[in-house]
Design a protein around this ligand. Structure first.
Ligand code: TXA
Ligand code: MG
Length: 323
């Protein structure tokens, strides 16, 4: 099966969006699968390609904060502050939606998730397009998010339409894990998904403390117990035993100061949490490519926001392996 064209110019990507096609778009966090947010048929194809349940809402990407008023009903002081400080950036704000936002984007919810990505290619395309694009991570539902265009080709290349859809290759994503999602519908911000932007940072920008998340039904698919899972089973460990035991082929994901016991395959040895986040998804995919029997992951123990985000994703990847 032919896969879609890789395009260099913003104009080709904008043309595809205008024609109702899908655009694989690099952002600073992970690659997105983008469609014109105001085109229900184009957005429906995102769900079809991803295999995503229709009630899981998408993130809407806009060119700048100036576009907030079009998509949001009554922009609150809290939303204004977080957008002012955090955009462009790896921060998604959940806000009351305006009548411009269709049910096809929000899964029928009365809120919309918005973000301005901090990536020159994504921003350039958004500015030239002038509207908003709905873009979830460009992977099949529940699987590992892509951090290179090649990951996207491998995952969903054959599900895209070579006549309508295009891929924009922007190299490797800088952050490597998805944006921090903040519910701004109440008086205090609530973090729905941890990411590069920390709770402390959000509280400082907001001028009010962050409220604890309620454990209600998941409104965020990334908050499902099982998500971000490779095909290879993932096991979490605090350290690595000297003897890896039976002769299964085990892949190791851990910071560089953790040594690789003989017989294990080192998938990545990041020097710090930033590098860990950037390398994580490629390492999970590498285990699948090598057909390893399992992955042993030693999450970072630090108190940094990326350490928390990495632990969150690895815990869910491990839960995805359990069944
Ligand atoms: O970094 C990112 O956020 C990437 C890049 C492409 O921007 N996008 C991303 O999209 O991770 P996705 O669809 O894989 O995850 C979006 C999350 C989902 O878990 C979804 O449930 C949540 O955002 N979400 C969207 N609209 C929401 C809403 N109205 N209320 C609560 N959560 C919402
Ligand atoms: Mg996703």
């Amino acid at each position: 099966m032919p896969t879609p064209r890789v395009v260099e110019s913003n104009a080709a990507a904008v043309a595809a969006l205008c024609a109702g096609g899908l655009v694989v778009l690099p952002t600073e966090t992970v690659y997105g699968l983008a469609a014109d947010a105001s085109n229900p048929r184009a957005v429906a194809r995102i769900y079809a390609v991803k295999g995503r349940p229709a009630d899981h809402p998408l993130i809407v990407h806009i060119p700048s904060e100036a576009h907030l008023d079009r998509w949001v009903r009554d922009v609150s002081e809290l939303a204004r502050r977080l957008a002012d400080y955090g955009w462009p950036g790896p921060l998604t704000l959940v806000l009351p939606r305006s009548s411009e936002v269709g049910d096809w984007v929000t899964g029928g919810q009365d809120t919309v998730a918005l973000r301005v990505p901090d990536h020159p290619v994504a921003l350039g395309i958004l500015r030239d397009f002038g509207g908003a694009v709905a873009a979830p991570s460009a992977n099949r539902f529940g699987r590992v998010s892509p951090t290179t265009a090649q990951h996207v080709r491998e995952d969903i290349g054959e599900l895209l339409d070579p006549d309508r859809d295009v891929i924009v290759d922007g190299g490797s994503c800088q952050v490597g894990v998805e944006s921090t999602i903040v519910d701004c519908t109440g008086p205090q911000p609530v973090v729905l998904r941890p990411g590069r932007v920390s709770q402390e940072q959000i509280a400082e920008w907001a001028g009010v403390p962050v409220a604890p998340a309620q454990s209600t039904a998941p409104r965020v698919s990334g908050s499902l117990a099982s998500h971000y899972a490779p095909a290879t089973p993932v096991e979490l460990a605090e350290g690595v035993a000297k003897n890896p035991g039976p002769s299964a082929t085990v892949g190791l994901i851990a910071l560089a100061d953790v040594e690789t016991p003989s017989g294990m395959v080192r998938l990545t040895a990041p020097a710090d949490e930033d590098e860990y986040a950037r390398a994580l998804y490629a390492a999970l995919r590498e285990a699948d490519a090598l057909r390893l029997d399992r992955i042993l992951a030693v999450p970072p123990t630090g108190s940094g926001t990326l350490a928390a985000a990495i632990r969150d994703r690895l815990t869910r990847a491990a839960a995805g392996s359990a069944g």
